[in-house]
Design a protein around this ligand. Sequence first.
Ligand code: BGC
Length: 417
Amino acid sequence: MIFTKTARLLTTAAFACAAMPALAQEVEVLHWWTSGSEAAALNILKEDLARQGISWQDMPVAGGAGEAATTTLKARVSAGNPPVAAQVLGMGVTEWATEGSLGDISVIATEEGWDAVVPEAVKRFATDDGKWVAVPVNIHRPNWLWINREIFEEHDLTPPTTWEEFNTVAQTLKDAGVTPLAHGGQPWQDATIFDDVVLGLGGPEFYRAAIHELDPEALGSDTMKAVFDEMRVIRGFVDDNFSGRDWNLATAMVVNGDAAMQLMGDWAKGELLEAGVTPGEQVLCVPAPGTEGSYLFITDFFAFFDVSEENQSGQQAMASALMSPKFQEEFNLIKGSIPARADVPSANFDSCGQQAITDIAEANAKGTLIGSLAHGHAQTPAVQLAIFDLVTEHFNSDMSSEDAVEELLHAVEAAQL
Ligand code: BGC
């Protein structure tokens, strides 16, 4: 099947070269990279493809973590009109592949030796039944805490390493009239904090049991109650206007000194760079409280849909461009993430990037490299959304931790039916 498709492709291409002027190629790409740094990083790809004579049809769907983009993509695929490629997070790739909606880019993967350079943890999402169906462009770490250094120095504070320390530091800031935490009240952002608290209070084994294995004992445990207690305390450290705020505006609050900290993945670092701020200097990066030694990870993939034959060569060219070491370096230097390829030189990354590269290697060796729930690398979309709903409802109400744990158990059970 693979060979037949390729043979057909090659024949078409050879015929086009010999007998006809080259066909203008076009790739329609659905994505949610609309913040300043995200758009700048994506531009590297657009320019790469333009140099190859491939035109870019942009299909941006704004909304952090792809909440809205995922809905649009579903509508396009069910209408029988998928884009050539779409940005999709790990479990999303698995779901599309299981539904049989993705094409097969194994030929180019084999030709270019992707197997040898993509870490196992990432490859597992990019392949289905031995076939490559998506291209990984980066690895992001959601469990970071970003700190405005000047504010911390002014108040004589040191970066918190546990949730208890976080609470003390945040209370000191609040008492001094400073907003401790920049946050945007959107379900995926609430869930990003939840990820950090589950991992920080429970540790990697607990995170795995509760979030990956959905073990009822872990989900219903006192540790999980303590997680909701902490979420309630954190709610007291955000400003009054947090509801609905986009993540990049929350990052800007830390940059401008309107808030002291943000719990966010390293796409926030992209915004720091875009604002001319040096990560690790004016804004510090430390692992989210209690999570040192563990690395929650997510990868942005471009999934390649099963499209008509005339679109397939553009697809292959795009896949190849995305996997080139040069692209992965240039793109990730802007995006805030680290390359998905293990063989890209690390010398040009800033100090937070260097820390990410060291920490991921350590976590990988220790078995504490763990897929993030908030960013689609732990659960099916159904279970993930059920947990998002509960976490957000708890964050925005006076629901007790006991009730939250009970509801969590029910929600997870129902979502698995
Ligand atoms: C994606 C990032 C993106 C962030 C904010 C994450 O889920 O992996 O690439 O920058 O959401 O939209």
